[in-house]
Design a protein around this ligand. Sequence first.
Ligand SMILES: [Zn+2]
Ligand SMILES: [Zn+2]
Length: 240
Amino acid sequence: MRSSIKKLNKSFKFVINLIFPVYCLVCKKELSYQTNTYLCDACRKSMIPITGKSCNKCGRPFINGICGICREEQFCFSKARASVIYEGSARECIRFFKYKKKTYLLNTLFEVLLLPDSLDFLGCDLIIPVPLHWIRQYSRGFNQAELIGRKISKRFNIKLSRTSLKRTRATPSQTGLSLKERTKNIKGAFSVKSSQKLNGKRILLVDDVMTTGATVNECSRVLLQAGAGEILVYTLARGA
Ligand SMILES: [Zn+2]
Ligand SMILES: [Zn+2]
């Protein structure tokens, strides 16, 4: 009985797929009717997970020890780590997720990607997603960092606070700017709502992508100033 239902279900899926074929979101190749994801095998496999060597401090991939930027710049967070290099199909997926409101892609990304072992999620007291300015959040409909933070919160049973940190100023796009320009651009854009909650806490700051680190660094600075004990950073992707 069960196997005949299974067969029927399979045939049903096959017919539905003939009428409404599903395509890989990245390369547009037609997907098999047996798949439950939105990416073809090749696009999944082309994602480059950050599992090898990376900067001990900021997580920049392919670096032994400490990178040149960390030697010059005193980042306020103690460690930053990411799951994948922000390139190719990973980049496309994150862009679809973020700008085209395809939030279901986050499940696919979390199925494919590993969480870095070197970031001690279990030792964190509180997850704080990098906030968006309310106007941007209103127009996008969600905060991508919060959705990522919720996944980690659920998996590791760590409380998430979406109100502790606020973005008080909308900033122009950071794309194409250097670390110095980004730092200037983002300065004073965040404030802490209630510092009591943060007192001495080990905080996991979460965002979707880390490029130069200017945004997470400014958030870390404000959180530490408000009394947080230590800041760790997790982003889904990292610019190489
Ligand atoms: Zn593909
Ligand atoms: Zn570094």
